[in-house]
Design a protein around this ligand. Structure first.
Ligand SMILES: Nc1ncnc2c1ncn2[C@@H]1O[C@H](COP(=O)(O)OP(=O)(O)OP(=O)(O)O)[C@@H](O)[C@H]1O
Ligand SMILES: [Mg+2]
Length: 227
């Protein structure tokens, strides 16, 4: 499956989520390709650090606005079980290209109203692409969540108003994410007993379900979270 981490807001956790999911997928024995589509190069730098440390890492490559074209990412993806694309924080050709090639678009998003508002432009691009790619699945992932506050709970409701399902797994704001990334790992390997590791595996399972259509495209994920 090809999963794009996208959305135009900066600093919401796209790269962190992409890297952590890529490591978790490898932990599950899958062949993983991590595509860095952001000129900032977060995923590539992480890959370099990981390689220097001698960690068993996914293949990391850079790609841009041509990734959806014939012979590009789709051709390369055949040698892998899972491909994670880390997009830059803006609406543009790269995001569109990623949505044109992905099976699943994930929108990492903070648990605040401001984050929810920022989704609007990305959702427009998604709608455009979906006009001719009906099967493109999409969901919001709540990231950097600060505890079980009333604010965080109401943010889920606001995010659901975007019309996209909100995956049941939420990634908390935890230093384990930052520490793991800094040493070229993900929390599932760096701190397997930390709640961050559990969250990442749970998120991976949610994404697989979404990709395989066991969660109805627009609604079931949110209902599951509410129950
Ligand atoms: N779940 C989390 N818990 C704690 N810190 C996090 C979490 N996710 C991301 N961060 C931190 O937030 C900052 C931004 O994260 P990240 O680089 O993943 O976001 P991004 O959406 O890729 O940013 P950009 O838009 O610049 O590409 C980083 O310092 C990262 O360590
Ligand atoms: Mg990033």
């Amino acid at each position: 499956m090809i999963i794009a981490m996208t959305g135009q807001k900066g600093g919401v956790g796209k790269s962190t989520t992409a890297i952590c999911l890529a490591v978790a997928a490898m932990d599950r024995g899958r062949r993983v390709l991590l595509v860095d589509a952001d000129p900032q190069g977060t995923a590539r730098t992480w890959g370099d650090v990981a390689a220097e440390q001698g960690h068993h890492v996914p293949t990391v490559i850079a790609m841009g606005a041509h990734m959806h074209k014939p012979g590009q990412l789709k051709a390369m993806a055949e040698a892998y079980d899972d491909v994670f694309i880390d997009c830059p924080p803006r609406v543009g050709d790269v995001q569109r290209s990623a949505l044109l090639v992905a099976d699943v678009a994930l929108f990492p998003c903070g648990a605040s109203a401001a984050d929810a508002w920022a989704l609007a432009a990305s959702i427009e691009v998604l709608a455009e692409v979906r006009a001719y790619r009906e099967n493109l699945r999409a969901a919001v992932v709540i990231t950097r969540k600060q505890g079980r506050t009333a604010l965080a709970r109401s943010a889920r409701a606001v995010l659901e108003e975007s019309g996209l399902p909100v995956l049941r797994t939420e990634l908390g704001a935890r230093v384990a994410y930052q520490e793991a990334i800094a040493v070229g790992l993900g929390p599932t390997r760096f701190s397997p007993r930390d709640p961050a590791a559990r969250e990442v595996f749970a998120l991976f399972d949610d994404v697989e379900e979404l990709a395989h259509g066991t969660q109805e495209r627009d609604g079931l994920a949110s209902q599951a979270a509410a129950s």
